[in-house]
Design a protein around this ligand. Structure first.
Ligand code: GDP
Ligand code: MG
Length: 389
């Protein structure tokens, strides 16, 4: 039998973000190496992180690696993704689940377009605490690194983060991975900053259970399994749940985290739930598993939306009433019509209030963050204000 997961430390979900090639995966591997040497976790080599299994969902292929580790005070689930598109598709919408993130910026290259886009999106979906890893500090000269630090703090300020307070730690993922003591200590310093700067989020453990489905798998002989992060509430074996989107009600017959069975899972946990008698094809990414009757899916809402300027990857032209982009809400990807009301037109770079009518019903609530996508790129990010029906 598998050993059960023991909840001995508070659990947080974090991840690396930042521009391609700035060293996110190397740093992720280095973190697991540094901690494994201190006896708290398993070393996950670069190749195992970078070659995360591809998950094809409705024509969208997403790569995501989950690793877990423990510091002295906390248990972390950490996500890393290989490509910018993977971040936008998944981290962006899944970022609602991130309690904090490590923004990796190469000390050699400084702020690049994807650095800015990830900061913007993190802000929009409510990742309130970032810690900056100024990576490749082994290769950069000190004066240039100082300038990059100023540039990053300025970027954070411009997106509503306290740029002067955010910890900026100079690291070398590569040298730490090679066992260099100076840089091993620097990675430890980065983890200390994450431990102290990213607060334990308020977990809505007493609320009715809700889990946005990230992935669906079949375990031969056992049935259909859904995976994702518990957004609120708790779930245990034997609980009745409904799968919104699939229109089925069922019973949870197994709860696991990182392959270990758990008695109950709670808000913030990354879990796999085994569902009794549910066909593999009935459930998809984007569906929501919830306590029966606790949420009603809706189609219409008002929202505040920031339209990315062209230099941040947004549109070159204004949007008008009748515009129909894709909305990424939790893990769902739904087309929607926008109505700008009297304004009728909104330009890239503006933040506007608008009404959205989705192509299908999804669970909605005020404060829910989402991304707006068009032709494979993010053109806006927003927050639900009022649910209309
Ligand atoms: P990612 O795309 O952000 O995940 O970046 P990778 O982790 O794949 O690293 C990209 C490249 O930068 C690789 O060639 C790494 O060896 C190199 N690299 C990563 N971290 C460091 C570092 O701390 N110092 C130096 N000098 N190179 C690094
Ligand atoms: Mg990578």
């Amino acid at each position: 039998p598998k050993t059960a997961y023991l909840r001995t430390k508070p659990h947080l979900n974090i991840g690396t973000m930042g521009h391609v090639d700035h060293g996110k995966t190397t740093l992720t591997a280095a973190i697991t190496k540094v901690l494994s040497e201190r006896g708290s976790g398993t070393f996950v080599p670069f190749d195992r992180i970078d070659r995360a299994p591809e998950e094809a969902r409705r024509g969208i292929t997403i790569n995501i690696a989950h690793v877990e580790y423990e510091t002295d005070t906390r248990h972390y689930a950490h996500v890393d993704m290989p490509g910018h598109a993977d971040y936008v598709k998944n981290m962006v919408t899944g970022a609602a689940q991130l309690d904090g993130a490590i923004l990796v910026v190469s000390a050699l290259d400084g702020v690049m377009p994807q650095t800015a886009e990830h900061v913007l999106l993190a802000r929009q979906v409510g990742v309130d605490h970032l810690v900056v890893a100024l990576n490749k500090a082994d290769a950069g000269d000190e004066e240039l690194t100082d300038l990059v630090e100023l540039e990053v703090r300025d970027l954070l300020d411009r997106h509503g983060y306290p740029g002067s307070e955010v910890p900026v730690v100079r690291v070398s993922g590569l040298r730490a991975l090679e066992g260099d003591p100076r840089w091993t200590e620097a990675v430890q310093g980065l983890l200390d900053a994450v431990d102290t700067y990213v607060p334990m989020p308020e977990r809505y453990v007493d609320a009715p259970f809700l889990l946005p489905v990230e992935n669906v798998l079949t375990i031969t002989g056992r049935g259909t399994v859904v995976t994702g992060a518990v957004e609120r509430g708790t779930v245990r074996v034997g609980d009745r749940v409904e799968v919104l989107g699939a229109g089925v009600e069922t019973v949870v017959t197994g709860v696991e985290t990182f392959g270990k069975p758990m008695e109950s899972a709670q808000a913030g946990d990354n879990v796999a739930l085994l569902l009794r008698g549910v066909a593999r094809d009935a459930v998809r990414r984007g569906h929501v598993v919830a306590a029966p009757g606790s949420v009603t899916p809706r189609r219409r809402f008002t929202a505040r939306v920031y339209l990315l300027p062209g230099r941040e990857g947004g549109r070159g032209t204004p949007v008008v009433t009748g515009y129909r982009p894709q909305f990424y809400l939790r893990t769902a990807d739904v087309v929607g019509d926008i109505d700008l009301g009297e304004a009728a037109v909104a330009r890239p770079g503006e933040t506007v209030t608008l009404t959205v009518e989705l192509g299908r019903e999804v669970p909605l609530e005020p404060g829910l963050g989402f991304a707006v996508r068009e032709g494979g790129r993010t053109v806006g990010a927003g927050t639900v204000q009022e649910v209309l029906g």
